[in-house]
Write a protein that binds this ligand. Structure first.
Ligand SMILES: NC(=O)c1ncn([C@@H]2O[C@H](COP(=O)(O)O)[C@@H](O)[C@H]2O)c1NC=O
Length: 514
């Protein structure tokens, strides 16, 4: 008797070609659910409808099509176990050799605007995952395929093995099938979590993804690494277009994500640029034009900018492209790039240019692995409002200083703690990052700023435990300090600021970044 394949697919891509090969080359018989059967019949392929095979019509508007013992017995039978064979014979069930299923497009459905819960629920596939999981469990006896991308590989394997598809191949397909049903259920769970959303993070959190690509290595050459995307619809970096340049590395992606977060702090109407090294900005600026913003950001610390990652909040134009080609950079990300700029950038063929039109959409949460689990927090997307700030010194800030502090606050939260940032004219002058005591970060930022610090403002991601940072800042000519406040010695820092003629503002919001 010829071999039996069950085909029940929502995405009909490649199904006719697969069925043709199965029937014409390998003499399979095919059973199919309604829509799939129609597609195959229309292409002139001989097929038995599931409803004819089971003797049960599809009911409940398609909610029950393949959920039948004649189908599931054929999938789950241990084909070398006499008791199972006896059961099959007693119930007139034929064992299956191949199950090809792909699922209702749940993620695509909920991605559409204004989808109702009822519409979303109808796209939760029940029969499909049931068949996929059953077939994957029984991989010892049959093959399960759940993506059109697997069809050619299967046909090649079938031909090469003369029908004896290897156990290794079947096990591989089974693993892929379970990963797919896992991802599918995770998307459904996430949808429900968002429907039931409250202030708290939920009781359960699952992370899953499919590989975008293997990476050459991780942070260092001895660390294997790969890049995964969540969901089946590419979004974020998985949806970015690389116009040119070398392959992306693990460190590139980590830096690019930090760059994306920084640049989305700025209104796309005002040209802004940031240059990063090891996830910290080494320079950032707002300018009259994009090229102006980039030049300012680059010159803020042109030594550190060598080999940097650049983020721009407007499409790259020719003038900016010219500026970008003047030095060695690792990557540039922008929401677009015009033709003239593309041509100019080609002179730096190794430079990676990433186009991410939607820079603003990222993960709402950050995730960190710890032994035995992981930590989730909402991303620090708080937008500072000067109305919430408290002016604590006798001297009050000018409107220009308020604007400058707002600029600095957008950036200091993206600098590794302890973070200090000195700026003037919407350009960073010096950044102290990742020091274990705050005054060390103050010294680094001021040293980088040099004489330009005079009249500038200084922002701190955490409070000052002592007044030493204030005194150091004043000695360098800083005129205004913004810090969250909250130390038991705030009064010492405020007294020092008053004595030295500085403005001090308490933002009330700490922005640690570890
Ligand atoms: N309910 C069932 O018994 C059932 N059996 C298979 N499906 C799905 O129906 C789709 C194929 O349907 P059709 O061949 O009618 O176009 C596939 O995505 C398959 O996963 C079902 N649909 C939903 O649960």
């Amino acid at each position: 008797m010829s071999r039996l394949a069950l085909l029940s697919v929502s995405d009909k891509t490649g199904i006719v070609e697969l069925a043709q090969a199965l029937v014409e080359k390998f003499q399979f018989e095919i059973i199919s659910s309604g829509g799939t059967a129609k597609t195959l019949e229309d292409a002139g392929i001989s097929v038995t409808k599931v409803s004819d095979y089971t003797g049960s019509p599809e009911i409940l508007g398609g909610r029950v099509k393949t959920l039948h013992p004649r189908i599931h017995g054929g999938i789950l039978a241990r084909q070398d176990l006499s008791e199972d064979i006896a059961d099959l014979e007693a119930n007139d069930i034929r064992p299956l050799n191949l199950v090809v299923v792909n699922l209702y497009p749940f993620e695509q459905t909920i991605a559409q605007p204004n989808v109702t819960v009822a519409e979303a629920i109808e796209k939760i596939d029940i029969g499909g995952p049931t068949m996929i999981r059953a077939a994957a469990k029984n991989f010892k006896y049959l093959t399960v395929l759940c993506s059109p991308s697997q069809y050619d590989g299967y046909l090649a394997e079938y031909e090469q093995s003369q029908g004896e598809v290897s156990l290794e191949f079947r096990q591989q397909m089974a693993g892929s099938a379970f990963a797919q049903t896992n991802n599918y259920d995770r998307a459904i769970a996430a949808y429900f979590a968002q429907l039931n959303s409250s202030e708290d993070l939920g009781d359960n959190y699952s992370i899953g993804g499919s590989k975008v690509q293997s990476l050459r290595y991780g942070e260092n050459p001895h660390q294997p690494a790969a890049w995964y995307q969540t969901g089946t619809i590419a979004s974020g970096w998985a949806s970015a277009t690389k116009l040119q340049g070398k392959e992306l590395s693990y460190n590139n992606l980590v830096d690019l994500e930090a760059a994306r977060r920084i640049i989305t702090e700025f209104d796309p109407q005002e040209p802004a640029a940031a240059v990063l090294k090891h996830t910290n900005p080494c320079g950032a600026a707002v300018g009259n034009t994009l090229a102006d913003a980039y030049e300012k950001a680059f010159n803020a610390d042109n030594i550190s900018a060598f080999g940097g990652i650049v983020a721009l909040n407007q499409p790259i134009d020719a003038q900016t492209a010219q500026a970008l080609t003047k030095t060695f950079l690792e990557c540039v990300v922008a929401p677009g790039c015009d033709d003239a700029a593309r041509e100019i950038l080609q002179s730096k063929s190794k430079l990676r240019i990433l186009i991410l039109p939607d820079l603003a959409t990222g993960q709402p949460e950050t995730i960190k692995a710890i032994a035995g689990g992981f930590l989730i927090q909402q991303s620090d997307d708080k937008i500072e409002n000067p109305d919430d700030w408290q002016i604590v010194t006798e001297k009050k800030p000018t409107s220009e200083q308020v604007a400058e502090m707002l600029f600095a606050q957008k950036l200091v939260k993206h600098v590794k703690s302890n973070a200090i940032l000195v700026s003037r004219d919407r350009t960073t002058l010096g950044i102290g990052a990742g020091q274990m005591n705050r005054v060390a970060s103050v010294k680094i930022a001021l040293e980088q700023a040099g004489a330009k610090a005079s009249g500038g403002i200084l922002a701190s991601d955490g409070f000052f435990p002592f007044d030493d940072s204030v005194r150091t800042a004043a000695a360098a000519g800083i005129s205004c300090i913004i810090q969250p406040g909250g130390s038991i010695r705030d009064k010492d820092s405020i007294a020092a600021a008053n004595k030295l003629g500085l403005v001090m503002v308490l933002s009330g919001t700490r922005h640690f970044l570890h």
